[in-house]
Design a protein around this ligand. Structure first.
Ligand code: NAD
Ligand code: UDP
Length: 308
């Protein structure tokens, strides 16, 4: 198949490019390089089945493809809050452009949605049936509401125009090729520990997240995209739940060095807890994460040792 990946030069997108090239497909990687990097896909540039397009997904694109993975959108809070209006445009207009393209060329289209659609969840763990608890006017809203609106568009194109959609809700994922200045917690802690700086835990560190290693997530993507039982939304993530203090302590144990843990103020609307209910993915895809947090952190630390 010829497969378009928007946001293909980013963290998740570049791993998906690798996977689909390895599976024998033609891959068209589209990116505006806001948070993506050419170095993430440089090793693919000589491959005759790989093509790179610099394009902003808020503008329409015409291209013949069989499948579309729509990943274009900054994912880290400092990056998506840098230009919040652009973030909403990317999610909403990006969804419209991907769906319009999918409709024209009859391609299956995949939306990288997020656990952020659940906001600061009042239900724990979060099943797909939970409608969420999202602040519509806060600093995270450009991302959360943009992604919620994108889901709405996907389901309306599906109902109205019979577009073949897949909507996945990704929970915190980490691994090699995250940016050192990404601002998300795993890369922050690892980079701080490697530099011998203190680890910045926001708030009291009792808030929880569930961390999925990138290879597990990409396996989930490909299985979900290529089955015909469900269109989603489907949670994808690792149900292991850790406090930020536990993550900081584990990172310090694995990296060693002189760093200590310090506390900084908690950003506004920071969700208190997050853990996916992955029963749907388990039953339909026969999928569940294989890489435990400690092992995934070791691999990610090895990557960052060469970077910082
Ligand atoms: P990332 O920032 O590394 O990748 C996003 C990519 O999209 C970058 O290459 C960036 O340059 C590109 N991009 C941004 N705006 C664009 C635009 N207007 N036009 C074209 N390209 C644009 O982030 P990531 O972690 O790889 O996330 C990929 C997708 O998965 C995002 O949609 C994100 O919301 C979603 N997601 C990720 C996580 C996670 O934990 N990594 C969790 C939930 C959802
Ligand atoms: N966090 C932290 N220190 C950091 C960066 C983040 O304690 O240096 C916390 C943050 O407040 C949040 C959690 O880690 O509670 C996950 O943050 P991240 O930005 O990685 O993702 P998200 O909040 O979108 O899940």
């Amino acid at each position: 198949m010829r497969i378009l990946i928007t946001g293909g030069a980013g963290f998740l997108g570049s791993h998906l490019c690798d996977r689909l090239i390895n599976d024998g497909h033609e891959v068209v990687c589209l990116d505006n390089f806001f948070t993506g990097r050419k170095t993430n896909i440089a090793h693919l540039l000589g491959n005759p089945r790989f093509e790179l397009i610099r394009h902003d997904i808020i503008d329409p694109i015409k291209i013949e493809v069989d499948q579309i993975y729509n990943l274009a959108c900054p994912a880290s809070p400092p990056h998506y809050q840098f230009n919040p209006i652009k973030t909403t445009k990317t999610s909403v207009m990006g969804a419209i452009n991907c769906l319009g393209l999918a409709k024209r060329v009859k391609a299956r289209v995949f939306q990288a949605s997020t656990s952020e659609v659940y906001g600061d969840p009042a239900v724990h763990p979060q099943p797909e049936s939970y409608w969420g608890n999202v602040n519509p006017i806060g600093k995270r809203s450009c991302y959360d509401e943009g992604k919620r609106c994108a889901e709405t568009l996907f389901f309306d194109y599906h109902r109205e125009n019979k577009v073949d959609i897949r909507v996945i809700r990704i929970f915190n994922t980490y691994g090699p090729r995250m940016l050192a200045n990404d601002g998300r917690v795993v890369s922050n802690f690892i980079v701080q520990a490697l530099k011998g700086e203190d680890l910045t835990v926001y708030g009291d560190g009792q808030q929880t997240r569930s961390f999925c290693y990138v290879d597990d997530l990409i396996e989930g993507f490909v299985r979900f995209m290529n089955q015909t039982q469900i269109v989603g939304p489907m949670n994808c993530g690792n149900p292991g739940e850790f406090t930020m203090l536990e993550l900081a302590e584990l990172t310090l144990k694995l990296v060693g060095g002189p760093s200590k843990i310090i506390h900084k103020s908690l950003p506004s609307d920071d969700p208190k807890q997050r853990k996916p209910d992955i029963s749907l993915a388990k039953s339909v895809l026969k999928w569940e994460p294989q890489v435990p947090l400690e092992e995934g952190l070791r691999r990610t630390i090895a990557y960052f040792r060469g970077q910082v």
